[in-house]
Design a protein around this ligand. Structure first.
Ligand SMILES: Cc1cc2nc3c(=O)[nH]c(=O)nc-3n(C[C@H](O)[C@H](O)[C@H](O)COP(=O)(O)O)c2cc1C
Length: 320
C-alpha cells in the first residue's frame, strides 16, 4: 500500500525512517528498524574512533542485510574524527545511504558523498536548507518540525506547516517528521505531501534502545506539555523532557547564558547518565512533544508494524 518515491529510492518496504539518535542509535536498534521494513540510521557521532565505528557497522551487518543508513552530523561539535573518515569506512562496509543533518553543508563533503554513489538525504528544520540541499544534489530532503525531539532549529515552524511548505519548494522526495509516534502521524504526513516520514522519539521507548527503567518510567509518565526548548541562547535549540537539568538550562537561556555555563548540564556524559544509569534529572533527555502519546515499551518491529497497520486502516476507512 505504501509505495512512494522514498520506498523506491531507498529500496525499503515502508516509507519510514527511524531517525538517528545520539547515544541510542546503535547496532541493535538500527538493525531492528531496518529488519522491520523501514530504514534504521546509525548515529556516527557516537563513535569516537575509526575502529569502534567499523565494528558497529559489522555488528549491523551480522543482524540484517536490509538497507541501513548512517548519519553524518554537521552540527558544530568537538569531534575527534572527521566526517570523511566516517564516509570512507561506511563505504568500505557497503552502506548505501548517508543522511547528513545540520545547517551548514560543506561543499567538499558533499562532493565526496556524491562521487561515492551512495543515496544522500539531508535533514534540517527549514525550507531554505532543504532547497539548498536539493541544489547541491541531495536525493531526498528531510524536514522536522517544532514538535520534534532533539534539534528543532530556530524558526519554530510546526510539522503541519513545514512539510507542505517543503513539498511546494522542492522537486526531490520529501521526508517529514516531528511529533510522529504512530500510524496517525504516518497517514497525516503522507496526506500533507511527504513521500516518507522520519520518527525517533517513539524509538527511545523501544526495547532495543536499551534505556534504564527509571528513564522509561519518566518518559511513560510524561504528557504533551512536559517538554521544553533548551539551548536557544547558544544557537542550538533542542527539545528535551522538562527535568531539573533542562529547567536550569532554560534559566541560563533566559539570562543569555554561554556554552561554558551550560556545558556541565548538556554534555553527552550527562545524557548517558540519564539514559543508561537512570539518573533522570542530571542531563538532557531529548524527546518530542509526542512523548505524551507514547504509552508502552515495545520492540521496534512491533512499533513499526503497528504504525503501518494503523495508517492503512485510516486510509481504508476513508475509501469506504
Ligand atoms: C534522543 C534523541 C537523539 C537525537 N540525536 C540526533 C542526532 O545525533 N543527529 C540527528 O541528526 N538527529 C538526532 N535526533 C533527531 C531525530 O533523528 C529525528 O530527526 C527527530 O527526533 C524526529 O522527530 P520525533 O522525535 O518527533 O520523532 C535525535 C532525537 C532524539 C529523540
Amino acid at each position: 500500500m505504501f509505495k512512494t518515491r522514498i520506498t523506491e529510492l531507498l529500496g525499503i518496504e515502508y516509507p519510514i525512517v527511524g531517525g538517528a539518535m545520539m547515544f541510542l542509535s546503535r547496532a541493535p536498534l538500527v538493525a531492528a528498524v531496518s529488519e522491520a521494513g523501514a530504514v534504521g540510521v546509525l548515529a556516527s557521532a557516537i563513535y569516537k574512533d575509526r575502529e569502534s565505528f567499523r565494528d558497529e557497522l559489522k555488528k549491523i551487518r551480522d543482524l540484517t542485510d536490509k538497507p541501513v543508513a548512517v548519519n553524518l552530523s554537521l552540527f558544530p561539535m568537538i569531534r575527534p574524527i572527521d566526517n570523511r573518515d566516517y564516509l570512507e569506512i561506511l563505504l568500505e562496509q557497503g552502506i548505501g545511504i548517508v543522511e547528513t543533518s545540520g545547517h551548514e553543508l560543506p561543499q567538499d563533503l558533499v562532493d565526496d558523498i556524491k562521487s561515492s554513489g551512495v543515496k544522500w538525504m539531508h535533514k534540517s528544520a527549514a525550507v531554505r536548507h532543504a532547497k539548498k540541499a536539493e541544489r547541491m544534489g541531495a536525493d531526498a530532503v528531510t524536514v522536522v518540525g517544532y514538535e520534534n525531539g532533539g534539534a528543532t532549529g530556530k524558526y519554530d515552524v510546526t510539522t503541519m506547516v513545514l512539510v507542505p511548505a517543503t513539498r511546494e519548494a522542492v522537486e526531490v522526495p520529501v521526508i517529514g517528521g516531528g511529533g510522529v509516534v504512530d500510524g496517525r502521524g504516518l497517514a497525516a504526513l503522507l496526506a500533507l505531501g511527504a513521500d516518507g516520514i522520519i520518527f525517533a522519539s517513539r524509538l527511545v521507548l523501544s526495547e532495543e534502545a536499551g534505556i534504564h527503567e527509571n528513564t522509561r518510567k519518566a518518559l511513560l509518565e510524561a504528557g504533551i506539555y512536559d517538554t521544553t526548548l533548551v539551548m536557544r541562547a547558544i544557537g542550538a535549540t533542542h527539545r528535551a523532557l522538562m527535568n531539573e537539568a533542562a529547567l536550569k538550562v532554560r534559566e541560563l537561556d533566559e539570562k543569555g547564558g554561554t556554552l561554558e555555563e551550560m556545558l556541565p548540564l548538556i554534555m553527552g556524559t550527562q545524557s548517558d547518565k540519564v539514559y543508561f544509569e537512570g539518573q533522570t534529572e542530571v542531563g538532557m533527555n531529548y524527546i518530542s512533544q509526542g512523548v505524551g502519546l507514547m504509552h508502552e515499551v515495545k520492540p521496534a518491529a512491533e512499533i513499526i508494524h503497528e504504525m503501518v497497520e494503523q495508517a492503512e486502516g485510516i486510509f481504508k476507512r476513508f475509501q469506504g
